[in-house]
Design a protein around this ligand. Structure first.
Ligand code: B3K
Ligand code: ZN
Length: 853
């Protein structure tokens, strides 16, 4: 496969101001006729090259006359004189055999499309790159009984019946857009409808389209849509711009959802919810993804990306926008904790491994591999840092300028930063290194204090580790929010300060420090870095009780737990006293809300503990962590029971307080079970049976599944039988078992892959079992190498159906450098086996070959 380089960008040779598409739709054979008006872009004599992927032209005409053409690989190449022409091509597609789920495909009786990043070329010949913006008109014809609803981008402009049981519909999108935003859907669908009046009085018809049976599960998504439309007006001054906004839910989808102009297409897991089948986590995910895709209407659609190297321009910014939206709907502190936990679970390992790349990559083989936690989540952190550096008002001035200046164009990350610089009157030249340097910066901080003068001296240093292709790094701009607290009184010693560390080293002086200071640093996680301090266990425990920034309290507790676990792994025996005291303190602090308590008392994940170690020892980490869990469970048993009892009452409500209760309840249940209480399985089973919502039911199931009780088998069976015809809930059944901490988890996963309900053809199901197993650190890294072999077998099979989804699941195999030689050899052997597979996709080749470097 060839490598594409950012430095090679060239504007398109030909532009396509307009395209008219005609679809004669049927699952087995769909005819696509496309008429492109093309214009030469600049003075050159290069031919018109239209991207195609697995297309065969049935006919090609130029200005109405048949011509001869040439194919170059999959592309159609036409030599043209003159500067403007009308090109018509015709192809035939087979949606029902399209297992890649890119282009036009069938899912659960529907026909639908996914074009980002390069799927449009699987539908018709076109310059399939985001800087070619065209006005689309779409005519669809289909059997009326099977496909009564025909949807496309923009506004509906006409429809009618034909005599042969077929019907047609026409849609026009007045906004020029890149091909990756094209969409159509045909199927037997019903809509949950509403009307939204924008702040300037435009009336918009909203519709969430699903199968009739799913209609009762769409209210939450519809409400989230209305809330996000209002939020974007209020917070960013962005208004919706078409007369209709439709969302369609489909069961087979490579990603979460897609922001096609006026016609979002969603993975059904991010639309369908009712209390019986969706957890609070699912509800929150739905609101976040609905908001995310809606926000793309401005950050992505009205202003799009010049090329795919700029992907973070729309994704990092839009994630930042959806994170801010979610923070505004509930507890900002808990939302921040969840986002940082996600960053540490997915992005930090990526940044430390063989697939590390800057948020604006320099090269790729397959762009689908770059829809990563780095582009999305680190990208969002970079936007957040600019907001911190500029302050709210200037940041808003910057986004206004950006939207205003680049509306209707395909822009670059540089355009965004330059808008911030100009509107914020700030120099961001060094800050731009966040776009070019990969790797998570490490900050060391240590503080000294002179009792006599009342001065404290904080010494800061930063280093950015080498990453593939980038051996030497320059210092980054790191906005660090800091505050000092008295080690005796717990009182703040002065206000919070924003220190911008931009050199390799710096010293910061604090005056009037009357007692020994404790350092609260990177408050609110103001910079996406790893901070190392010399704070003792006692100091961290003290901060976990006294810091006034809830995120910093959480961090102090996490650091204390991490230090304790790392020491326990090294020495084989843990000193748990400080953690137990700190957890007790937090758990019994009546001023804290339950959602926060539940987050704060959770131990860091096994893999996050592993990330702190030179060589990861999965078994030792598992033992140390289980020992601490057991000790916490036993020593604080009465506190866990009190918390459990205090949160048990009440019928289901989706409110922040009720969600916090449910979260704490299940965390407490987990600790009661970890402590080995004789009635733990009984308590869990009672919660499982009595639950009037999926959060409680799944929470109990998770606890039971990792245990050895008889109730475990009963609960898994009951759960399976109750939800056997609900694919989204069945995914949970697979996932819970793939994440089990039992000794037989690996064998169970191998067995589940042979279950009659397991299929690699559905991405959600594949992720629920294979994806979840890849993050079950102990089971996956079983010394026998069977976990590695299992993953490689599944990936090789999945690659034949759906390379994009397969390649996404490979990274756990690529982390071999972090493990002992025996495991590393086994992991590398599986990577070699994958690479030796005949017919391997470009997606998998890129991931596997880079993982061996
Ligand atoms: N923009 C889509 C990404 C689809 C990518 C498929 N390879 C979803 C989102 O970020 O909103
Ligand atoms: Zn997005």
């Amino acid at each position: 496969p060839t490598t594409i380089h950012r430095a090679d960008y060239r504007p398109p040779d030909w532009l396509v101001p307009e395209i008219a598409l005609e679809f004669d739709l049927a699952p087995a054979a769909t005819r696509v006729r496309a008429t492109l008006s093309v214009t030469r872009n600049g003075a050159h004599d290069r031919p018109l090259r239209l991207d195609g992927d697995a297309l065969t032209p049935l006919s090609v005409t130029v200005d109405g006359a048949p011509v001869s053409w040439e194919m170059d690989g999959g592309d159609l190449v036409l030599a043209l004189g003159g500067d403007a022409h009308s090109i018509t091509t015709e192809v035939e597609l087979s949606p029902e055999t399209n297992t890649q789920l890119m282009g036009l495909y069938a899912s659960g009786g529907l026909l639908c499309t996914q074009c980002e990043a390069e799927g449009f070329r699987r539908i018709t010949f076109f310059p399939d790159r985001p800087d070619v913006l065209a006005r689309y008109s779409v005519r669809m014809t289909a059997d009326k009984a099977r496909f009564p609803i025909l949807l496309a981008n923009g506004d509906p402009v006409g429809s009618g019946n034909l005599d042969d049981g077929r019907h047609w519909a026409e849609w026009n999108d007045p906004f020029p857009k890149p091909s990756y935003l094209f969409a159509l859907v045909a199927g037997d669908l019903v809509a949950n409808r509403s009307t939204f009046v924008t702040r300037s009085g435009r009336e918009v018809q909203l519709g969430i389209w699903v199968r009739a049976a799913d209609l009762p599960k769409t209210d939450h998504a519809l409400q989230a849509l209305e809330t996000s439309m209002r939020w974007d007006e209020q917070v960013y001054g962005r208004e919706y711009d078409l007369d209709v906004f439709n969302i369609v839910a489909v069961d087979d989808f490579n990603f979460g959802a897609m922001e096609n102009k006026g016609l979002n297409i969603f993975n059904s897991r991010y639309i369908l919810a009712d209390p019986d089948t969706a957890t609070d986590y699912d509800y929150d995910g739905i609101a976040a993804v609905v908001a995310h895709e809606y926000f793309h209407n401005w950050s992505g659609n009205r202003v799009t990306c010049r090329d795919w190297f700029q992907l973070s321009l729309k994704e990092g910014f839009t994630v930042y926008r959806d994170q801010s939206f979610s923070a505004d709907q509930g507890s900002p502190a808990v939302k921040r904790i969840e986002d940082v936990r996600g960053l540490r679970a997915a992005q930090f390992p990526e940044d430390a491994g063989p697939l590390a790349h800057p948020i604006r990559p320099d090269s790729y083989m397959e762009i689908s591999n770059f829809y990563t936690a780095t582009i999305y989540n680190k990208g969002a952190e970079v936007i957040r840092m600019m907001a911190t550096l500029l302050g709210a008002q200037k940041f808003r001035a910057g986004t206004d300028l950006y939207f205003d200046r680049f509306d209707g164009t395909a822009a670059t990350c540089e355009d965004f930063v330059a808008s911030m610089e100009e509107a914020g009157d700030t120099d961001l030249s060094q800050f731009r290194r966040w776009y070019s340097q990969a790797g998570t910066p490490r900050v060391t901080a240590s503080i000294s204090h002179e009792q006599g003068s009342g001065r404290a001296l904080l010494t800061l240093a930063q280093a950015v580790p080498p990453t593939p292709g980038q051996p030497d790094k320059a210092p980054m701009v790191l906005p660090l929010k800091l505050r000092l607290f008295g080690s005796e009184t717990g009182a703040p010693l002065g206000p919070e300060r924003l220190v911008v560390l931009s050199d390799a080293r710096a010293e910061v002086v604090f005056e009037g420090v009357s007692e020994r200071p404790l350092l609260s640093i990177n408050r609110g996680f103001s910079a996406p870095v790893i901070v190392e301090t010399d704070r003792s266990a006692a100091d961290l425990a003290f901060l976990s009780a006294h810091d006034d920034d809830p995120f910093a309290r959480y961090e102090a507790m996490q650091q204390l737990m991490l230090d304790t676990l790392v020491a326990a792994v090294a020495t084989g025996r843990g000193d748990h006293a400080a953690v137990i005291a700190a957890v007790k303190n937090t758990l019994t602090d009546a001023k804290l809300d339950h959602a926060f308590i539940a987050e704060a008392v959770l131990l860091p994940s096994e893999s996050f503990v592993g990330d702190q170690m030179g060589v990861v020892d999965p078994d030792a980490i598992f033992r140390a962590r289980e020992a601490l869990r057991r000790d916490l469970g036993q020593r604080l048993e009465s506190e866990w029971r009190a918390a459990y009892d205090a949160t048990r009452a009440g019928a289901f409500a989706y409110t922040p307080a009720a969600k916090g209760d449910r979260r704490l309840k299940t965390v407490a249940l987990g600790y009661i079970a970890a402590g080995g209480a004789s009635d733990a399985a009984h308590l869990a089973f009672r919660q499982f049976e009595a639950a009037d919502n999926m959060t409680d039911r799944q929470g109990a199931l998770v606890t039971l599944t990792s245990g050895t009780s008889d109730e475990r088998v009963a609960a898994l069976d009951i759960f399976y039988n109750r939800y056997a015809d609900n694919p989204l809930v069945l995914d949970k059944w697979f996932q819970v078992q793939a994440l089990s901490s039992r000794d037989d988890a690996l064998a169970a996963v191998e067995e589940l892959a042979r279950h009659k309900d397991f299929t690699l053809a559905n991405p959600n199901r594949a992720r629920a079992l294979v994806g979840a197993f890849g993050v079950n650190q102990r089971a996956f890294h079983d010394l026998s190498g069977r976990g590695y072999r299992f993953l490689a077998d599944q990936l090789i099979a999945l690659d034949k159906l759906n390379p994009q989804t397969a390649a996404k699941l490979l990274p756990p195999l690529g982390r071999w450098k972090r493990f002992d030689v025996a495991r590393a050899a086994l992991m590398k052997a599986e990577l070699h086996r994958i690479l030796a597979t005949p017919g391997l996709s470009k997606d998998m080749f890129e991931q596997a070959s880079k993982s061996l470097d």
